[in-house]
Design a protein around this ligand. Structure first.
Ligand SMILES: C[S@@+](CC[C@H](N)C(=O)[O-])C[C@H]1O[C@@H](n2cnc3c(N)ncnc32)[C@H](O)[C@@H]1O
Length: 164
């Protein structure tokens, strides 16, 4: 699902090129109620729109483009998208939240607010699933976080939650 037809077209082109036929690309606005029955998905990846500050090495103009108020606007939107996704996950299913940014507000800020309002979800430790070589990228709480200056790659954040 994506709100942008251009993004969906790219997904469809890639699927065609790779011979993948199981992907159904749908134009939907994820801040609004989604047209699926509750509990209809085993898992959902919310690869959310974000300030993208983890990609400054490749997009240095972000330093001038992103304003403080953008972070708060995005944080609100990210929380809304997670809230729309949550009821669609079946019991025992997985919800992964990810961004390519570094701000606390858009990362653990969104996840912690979501978890305290949605007690049926609990955080899982990403280290339990990733190869041993990735251990250094997982923090004590179980969040996956990459940092450009430390790991020599884009900044990225992910949290894996399970519905009880
Ligand atoms: C980090 S990107 C996800 C990229 C995607 N995982 C991919 O590999 O192409 C965030 C995406 O969210 C989309 N988006 C922004 N607002 C949205 C909304 N309200 N509902 C659904 N998608 C939205 C953007 O168009 C953008 O493609």
């Amino acid at each position: 699902m994506d709100v942008s037809p251009i993004k969906l077209q790219l997904v469809q082109e890639n699927c065609r090129r790779l011979g993948i036929s199981i992907v159904k690309a749908m134009a939907l606005d994820a801040i609004r109620p989604l047209p699926f029955p509750s509990g209809s998905f085993d898992g959902c990846l919310v690869d959310t729109p974000c300030s993208g500050l983890g990609t400054l090495r490749r997009h240095p103009e972000g330093k001038w483009r992103i304003k403080e108020q953008d972070i708060l606007r995005l944080q609100e939107m990210q929380g809304q998208i997670l809230r729309q996704a949550a009821p669609l996950i079946r019991e025992g299913g997985i919800l992964v939240y990810s961004t390519c940014t570094l701000t606390q507000e858009e990362n653990e800020g969104v996840v912690e607010a979501f978890l305290s309002a949605n007690k049926e979800f609990s955080l899982e430790n990403a280290a339990d699933l990733l190869p041993k070589a990735c251990e250094a990228l997982v923090e004590a709480k179980g969040y996956l976080r990459t940092l450009p200056h430390r790991h020599n790659m884009d900044g990225f954040f992910a949290a894996r939650m399970r519905k009880k």
